[in-house]
Design a protein around this ligand. Structure first.
Ligand code: SAH
Ligand code: SF4
Ligand code: F3S
Length: 447
């Protein structure tokens, strides 16, 4: 099924890290067919859109983009356009897209990525419009080619799907039930990344802390981390996302014991009110979360805790929101992704009659963002004068004159250094801080 003459592809990705990784698999499959990466969609013979449906704002952007792709197809009728990912895993949406956008050649769900070569081939030859979709995954897609965007940092999924069914969230419906990859497969993948010069691996899962529950070999997440940190020689190991309810004391011990594991924990809290947490089906309360954070801060010096927070969940009162604000001030998160609750069709919370009025949501998110930004800036400013280990990743996207990298705590650092190259891990003294990044100078002997 190799493409004869030189043809190009372009993948456009929306959504979370899991989608970023899936796009790397899509790219891998296309390159295996002989396609080459095009920087611009204008230059591509195949365009893929990998979609997200976690919030309406994402869906709106995607619909706008798909609409705009029509002009490319008009200009170059041989162009093949496919849409996949979480949005199209909702069968009704997939069908709606097929009807509304005749310029789409094929549509596929999250469980059908491996069928891409076939879908493209059929679109190339038959020109029949296709919909590849299945309700649930049949097993794990091992052994697919991956074309990674970076040669320094890699995503490695350790499990797919989610069993938690938080009442606001669409993810379990579009990603299926939890399926853990076998430890041996993950070990092999990380080892091969290390051999190819990768410095950092981020383990991916919707709830990494429940890794292994579906396996028969007794392996859990703390065990997997110990295995990877001990047996692969990777310089840096990270993981997202940790569900607070499953964050075990074991995990704190492993983080303390293994120097490769970075001092950063993304621990989405979602809300600070017990009543709201219960209605969200988060299965922990405020007191539990606060004591977990206290333990983490005490046991892992210098750790950065980041979070996801939502405002305007149905029935959220001023008092509930005040509890969220209080929690934010107490924890002092290094950073937070902050969202306005958005009803998702098919989820329990979307059916509730007590939706919060838009203007109340807007006022709450504004207050939350202001407070969290102040905290983030204060914490960043406190870094000035300290030395951080920075993994240098390349030239800065916003400031091409300088290099950019991340601390172990996952803060962006801009730095200058004549003898420093991407992939180097250097101690950097922080000289300036803003809300979104730090600036620094390599300590003497490393510049
Ligand atoms: N698996 C991760 C997050 C998945 S979705 C976890 O359990 O934390 C990423 C974030 O999107 C969530 O943490 C939540 O804050 C937000 N989110 C999910 N559904 C949403 C909705 N309906 N409206 C607004 N934000 C939502
Ligand atoms: Fe969604 Fe909750 Fe699963 Fe995260 S844990 S993906 S928020 S259902
Ligand atoms: Fe979006 Fe799917 Fe991720 S809905 S957040 S791309 S799992």
């Amino acid at each position: 099924m190799l493409v004869n003459k030189m043809q190009n592809y372009h993948v456009i990705t929306f959504g979370c890290q899991m989608n970023e990784y899936d796009s790397e698999v899509m790219s891998g499959l296309l390159e295996q067919m002989g396609y080459q990466a095009a920087l611009q969609p204008e230059d591509a013979d195949v365009i893929l859109v990998n979609t997200c449906c976690v919030r309406q704002s994402a869906e709106n952007k995607i619909l706008g983009l798909i609409g705009r792709l029509r002009k490319y197809k008009k200009a170059r009728p041989h162009l093949i356009i496919g849409v996949g990912g979480c949005m199209t895993q909702q069968k009704e949406t997939a069908q709606r897209l097929k009807e509304r956008f005749p310029h789409l050649d094929f549509i596929f769900g999250t469980h059908n990525t491996h069928e891409l070569p076939d879908l493209i081939e059929q679109a190339r030859t038959g020109k029949k419009r296709l919909l590849a979709w299945q309700e649930e995954s049949v097993g794990l897609p091992e052994g697919l080619p991956v074309k990674r965007r970076s040669g320094i940092k890699a995503w490695v999924p350790i499990m797919l799907g989610c069993n938690n069914f938080c009442t606001y969230c669409i993810v379990p419906y579009v990603r299926g039930r939890e399926r853990s990859r076998l430890p041996a497969q993950i070990l092999q993948e990380v080892r091969s990344l290390v051999e190819r010069g990768y410095k950092e691996v981020t383990l991916l899962g919707q709830n990494v802390n429940s890794y292994g529950r579906d396996l028969e070999n007794g392996m859990n997440f703390a065990g997997l981390l110990r295995l990877l940190a001990g047996e692969t020689g990777i310089s840096r190991l990270r993981f997202v996302t940790s569900h607070p309810k499953d964050f075990s004391p074991d995990l704190i011990e492993v983080m303390k014991a293994c120097p490769a594991i970075c001092e950063h924990i993304h621990l989405p809290v979602q809300a600070g009110s017990d009543r709201v947490l219960k209605e969200m089906n988060r299965k922990y309360n405020r007191e539990y979360y606060l004591s977990l954070v206290e333990n983490i801060y005490r046991e892992i010096p210098g750790v950065a805790i980041t979070t996801d927070i939502m405002v305007g969940f149905p029935g959220e009162t001023d008092d509930d929101f005040a509890q969220t604000m209080d929690l934010v001030r107490r924890v002092r998160f290094a950073n937070a992704y902050m969202f306005v609750y958005n009803p998702r069709r098919g989820t329990p919370a979307a059916q509730r009659p007590d939706q919060v009025p838009e203007e109340v949501k807007v006022a709450r998110i504004k207050e939350l963002v202001e407070t969290q930004n102040r905290i983030t800036l204060e914490l960043n400013q406190a870094e000035v004068g300290r030395v951080h280990e920075v993994l240098v990743e390349g030239v800065s996207k916003t400031n091409p004159g300088v290099l950019s990298g991340h601390t172990r705590t996952n803060k962006t650092v801009l730095l200058e250094g004549q003898h420093i190259a991407p992939g180097d891990i250097v101690p950097v003294k922080i000289t300036r801080a803003t809300l979104t990044y730090l600036e620094g100078k390599p300590v003497a002997g490393f510049s």
